[in-house]
Ligand binder design. Structure first.
Ligand code: ACO
Length: 328
């Protein structure tokens, strides 16, 4: 069919918050954060900088990289847990800001697995009889809008960023699709270990919900850790089996950058520590932007060759998980 990643882009806010800064805010230490998570610094959006602002900058970079203009897009999907508003969707705001005409668009929410879910959705839209030709897929998050800066168990983990991809069907069966195999999964029985309890229809915002800090992210860290290792390892194995490939066929492995220890544990189980791309030290957990930032860094540094196989894997609130084998 010839559905390829034609262009990539990323945006990270200018402001950096490092572990020394956090030491002044909560009872923590650089040593604790680095040992437990591998994170040294994270980028923080400005107060007036929204998820759609970051998504727009990443999208413009991806369009330039792809060599196409916004009016040539047929569809826009934004993966985010931090939309600008409950509605309209952030994708509509991006459509307006980049000047993409009236192409259809929507937001997709699968937390940190969101970008891989969105790639699957885009591929389905392009390879089905719907036959959309050029789809813009974005993972964008202002995670710090959900962070309680007085909660040391979560505030050290997250950062803000956006990554964008132009997918194009060039109609040439010789090209080979970017999508080789995918595995998506979810288990709502674990929905309470990672959530923002307030602000939605379950607990609409009131003075009380704000006083009770229900609009902030809450996480059962150790349980999340355990489920992350299990679900990402199983999803990677499933994708390799589905595609008939082995870990030796893989050029790069890009796991969701949540925590260095989770990444190491998964890499050891599937046997590819030397192929893992890491940037969690510089960005922290940027949720659905995280794998996208890695892919764009690899692309722009010239480290991806046409035909390279890239194994990606993620997990997030839901719980959701995903793995996808991408052909470059
Ligand atoms: N600085 C110092 N001490 C801390 C900090 C901190 N920043 N945070 C917690 N501690 C303390 C705890 O209070 C606890 O102290 P206690 O024993 O006196 O009670 C101690 O450190 C150990 O706490 P644990 O939570 O057991 O620490 P753990 O080794 O599990 O590491 C961590 C915590 C890093 C959060 C880990 O559990 C983890 O990475 N979990 C997965 C998180 C993750 O990947 N989430 C992604 C979800 S993102 C999404 O989907 C939107």
């Amino acid at each position: 069919m010839g559905i390829r990643i034609k262009g990539t882009g990323r945006y990270v806010p200018e402001k950096i918050l490092n572990n020394a800064d956090l030491e002044k805010m909560v009872d923590t230490s650089d040593e604790w954060i680095v040992t437990r998570t591998g994170i040294k610094e994270r980028h923080i959006a400005a107060d007036n900088e929204t998820t759609s602002d970051m998504a727009t900058k990443a999208a413009l970079a991806a369009l330039e990289n792809a060599g196409i203009t916004a009016d040539q897009l047929d569809f826009i999907i934004v993966s985010t847990v931090t939309p600008d508003h409950a509605f309209p969707c952030t994708a509509a705001l991006v459509q307006k800001k980049i000047g993409a005409g009236q192409c259809p668009c929507f937001d997709q929410e699968a937390a940190c697995s969101g970008l891989l879910y969105a790639f699957n959705t885009a591929y389905a839209l392009m390879s089905s009889p719907l036959a959309y030709k050029r789809v813009l897929v974005i993972g964008a998050e202002k995670m710090t809008s959900l962070v309680d800066w007085s909660d040391r168990s979560t505030c050290v983990l997250f950062g803000d960023a956006a990554a964008a991809f132009v997918l194009e069907n060039d109609g040439d069966p010789e090209t080979g699709d970017f999508y080789v195999a995918g595995e998506l999964g979810a288990d709502g029985n674990w929905s309470d270990i990672l959530q923002v309890p307030g602000g939605g229809s379950a607990n609409p915002p009131t003075h009380q919900t704000v006083d009770d800090k229900l609009h902030f992210l809450k996480m059962g860290g150790p349980k999340t850790f355990h489920m992350a290792v299990l679900s990402m390892t199983n999803a990677c194995r499933a994708v390799l089996e589905k595609s008939g490939k082995t870990i030796d066929d893989i050029a790069w492995a890009i796991p969701h950058q949540a925590n260095r220890r989770i990444i190491d544990a998964v890499a050891e189980r599937i046997g590819c520590p030397e192929k893992v791309y890491l940037n969690v030290d510089r960005y922290g957990n940027t949720s659905s932007a995280s794998i996208g930032i890695c892919l764009d860094e690899l692309n722009r540094s010239g480290n991806l060759k046409r035909g390279d196989l890239i194994l990606t894997a993620s997990f997030g609130a839901g719980l959701t998980w995903a793995s996808m084998l991408i052909r470059w």
